[in-house]
Design a protein around this ligand. Structure first.
Ligand code: ZN
Ligand code: ZN
Length: 374
């Protein structure tokens, strides 16, 4: 069949993208689902900073690649051997499939699935196949999803079935922003009720972490960003204090607000200075968590004496240490009860052919989560 999709043909194009148009909307050939795969009609797909990192070349991927990794849609056709989904089911796409039998999967850590990591790096589905092509030339899949498209063929293991009562344009956010942000708080850090928390970097993931900290019962939640607009949004979502990271005394102010530092500091900005700030504002015995993805060459010096004598913990968090089949339905249930209002992260909807303008807004910090609706 044919499908319209946003394909990245060049990395590192100069902004503004409205002019350089790194993403081209083209008609692709989409092969039918193979064994263990599913054809999904995409209904909504969110624009995420990790798409931007591929577009600008910070996180290089094989091109040409059909981008998009945060989405929800409706099952149209199931390939051979898929007997637990049926046409009409509502599904959220997950950007790390889980094979179910590698060592990390066996240990209950599907975010670290090794065949999935290899497939995502190669730009294929979990099976190793590419189902997208243009004039006979294969097009790479993005994180097993390639969801900026009318249709996608994905592995069954990239899908979680969701309650059809939830609007698909809200459901899409659970695939990346919500799992990554809420999961970092609930799974990676396991924040106990009454804790003090700081969240640095208030994009869709960071603001989802603020919601997660509220849901987890954190007593104080300090939101930190360079944008006053995002700080105000964080306050509206439940942050108890806001601090502009650009203030010269930001560290001292956060420490003063939290009796010497927070139990848990979360870094989602993906820049080393933000990680350094997160570490500085973590109190003795506390935990610093990062889900930010700075360019691979960047490193941070660390005082080991400090790490030891203050019994600090530093943790990386990928896809929120989530077990998607367990956590997406849980977070959706919290959403439906009003305890995780993720729809408030949306700052607009757009059409597929407005995607380059959407990434300009994301790049300029003028948007949190924009969702393409099909
Ligand atoms: Zn993402
Ligand atoms: Zn696995």
């Amino acid at each position: 069949m044919k499908t319209r999709a946003a394909v990245l043909t060049k990395m590192g194009a100069p902004p503004p993208y409205a002019q350089s148009k790194p993403l081209e909307i083209v008609e692709l050939d989409l092969a039918p689902p193979g064994p263990g795969e599913v054809l999904v009609r995409i209904k909504a797909a969110g624009l995420c900073h990790s798409d931007l990192s591929v577009i600008n070349g910070d996180r290089p991927r094989p091109i040409p690649m059909a981008l998009g990794h945060e989405a929800a849609g409706i099952v149209e056709t199931c390939g051979a051997g898929v007997d637990d989904l049926k046409p009409g089911d509502h599904v959220v796409l997950v950007f790390v499939p889980s094979c179910g039998h590698c060592l990390p999967c066996a240990e209950g850590r599907p975010a670290l699935c090794e065949p999935a990591a290899a497939a995502n790096t190669a730009g294929t589905l979990l099976s190793g196949a590419r189902r997208l092509s243009q004039a006979g030339q294969p097009i790479h899949h993005h994180m097993g999803c390639s969801a900026f498209a009318q249709h996608a063929v994905v592995s069954r293991r990239s899908l979680v079935k969701v309650d059809p009562e939830i609007a698909l344009e809200d459901a899409a956010l659970f695939g990346c922003a919500v799992m990554t942000g809420v999961g970092a708080v609930v799974n990676t850090a396991q924040v106990p009720a009454g804790s003090s928390v700081a969240v640095i970097g208030l994009g869709g993931v960071g603001l989802a972490a603020v919601l997660g900290a509220v849901a987890a019962g954190a007593a104080s939640i300090v939101a930190v960003d360079l944008s006053d607009g995002k700080l105000e949004l964080a306050r509206a979502l439940g942050a108890t204090d806001i601090v502009n990271a650009g203030a010269a005394d930001a560290v001292d102010r956060i420490k003063a607000l939290t009796e010497g530092g927070v139990n848990f500091a979360f870094e989602f900005a993906g820049v080393i200075r933000a990680m350094e700030l997160a570490y500085k504002i973590t109190r003795r015995g506390g935990t610093t968590v990062t889900a930010g993805l700075p360019p691979p060459s960047q490193t941070m010096p660390l005082s080991i004496v400090n790490l030891v004598a203050e019994e600090r913990t530093i943790k990386g968090s990928y896809i929120g240490t989530c077990v998607p089949l367990r956590d997406v339905p849980r977070y959706v249930a919290l959403y439906r009860r009003g305890r995780l209002p993720v729809d408030r992260l949306k700052t607009g909807t757009l059409r597929l052919d407005e995607i380059n303008e959407g990434f300009d807004r994301l790049r300029e910090g003028k948007a949190v989560r924009q969702v393409i609706v099909f």
